[in-house]
Design a protein. Structure first.
Length: 289
């Protein structure tokens, strides 16, 4: 395969892939990331200095590496009231971008769905890599899922993925996904972000809730409620002013998905390890005062 060179413009490929559900479609060996399933399965990427050498088509690799998002991040302006948050985050996590795969939405949905109530890096990556070694077809993988383990996520996948396939082709993918059994707002929003490149989607997980609490951000707001999400679009929802998903998305725009991803990485690197003395956000953190 011919190799292409893509300038990373300061990005770190490993850091960008770490929080992304796209990682479930790659396996690393000797510093080389090989795509296991989906479009251009078998192609590979490797960071060398400030660029990526890849046999994947350039358009695809720009999504996988996060290069596609850089101009959006540079242009997007959050509400003035949140500059105190965005500026230190951008300073601390400039090498972090959004790795997405718009070519294989059902493959990405598979990893998102399986991540419910379990460890992504321990269990989900193991499950998906086993499934992609058996078949590259996500619908067939869902049928095979119960054969690799007894976890409820594996047992429910087949029912959910058929509904998700139709929802992802609809004009309102979020509400379509939320109409699927076993799919809640966090699963729907993570699918929008990592499979459809909707950077306004901010999955509200425990990492976001914890970071908002530590930073005193949107006090009193909580996770989106499924009943409201199924009935209303976000901007029309009567509960939106108390909903973290709406507040983050409406005030951060296309920075919302990146901020949520940065929160995930930050919580993993600092908060969960109690590294408060080294934390680049300690001046903003209420718990560090």
């Amino acid at each position: 395969m011919a190799l292409h060179s893509i300038k990373l413009r300061g990005l770190d490929l490993g850091l960008t892939l770490y929080p992304s559900f796209v990682l479930s479609l790659f396996e690393e060996e000797g510093g080389i990331l090989r795509k296991l399933a989906g479009r251009s399965a078998g192609c590979h990427m490797r960071q060398v200095g400030g660029e990526v050498l890849t046999s994947c088509p350039v358009e695809e690799a720009e999504y996988y590496t996060g290069v596609w998002y850089l101009e959006i991040r540079e242009r997007e302006t959050p509400s003035r009231s949140l500059s105190w948050l965005v500026e230190p985050l951008l300073d601390a996590y400039a090498p972090l971008s959004l790795s997405v795969d718009v070519f294989d939405p059902l493959h990405v949905f598979t990893a998102v769905f399986l991540s419910q109530a379990t460890s992504y890096h321990v269990n989900v990556l193991s499950w998906t890599r086993r499934l992609w070694s058996m078949t590259g077809d996500p619908l067939r993988a869902a049928e095979l899922a119960p054969s690799i383990g007894g976890s409820f996520q594996l047992g429910r996948l087949a029912e959910a993925i058929c509904c998700a396939a139709a929802a992802l082709q609809s004009g309102d993918a979020r509400r379509g996904l939320l109409g699927c059994r076993y799919v809640g707002p966090k699963t729907a929003d993570a699918t929008l972000l990592f499979a459809l490149a909707d950077a306004t989607a901010a999955p509200v997980d425990r990492h976001m809730v914890g970071m908002c609490r530590r930073l005193g951000l949107f006090e009193g707001a909580g996770a989106p409620r499924l009943g409201y999400c199924r009935r209303y679009r976000c901007g029309e929802c009567p509960a939106r002013e108390g909903c973290l998903r709406w507040l983050v998305s409406s005030r951060l725009g296309r920075l919302a998905g990146w901020v949520q991803t940065a929160f995930y990485v930050h919580e993993k690197l600092y908060c969960s390890r109690r590294r408060c003395g080294e934390c680049p956000l300690r001046r903003e953190c209420l718990e560090a005062r």
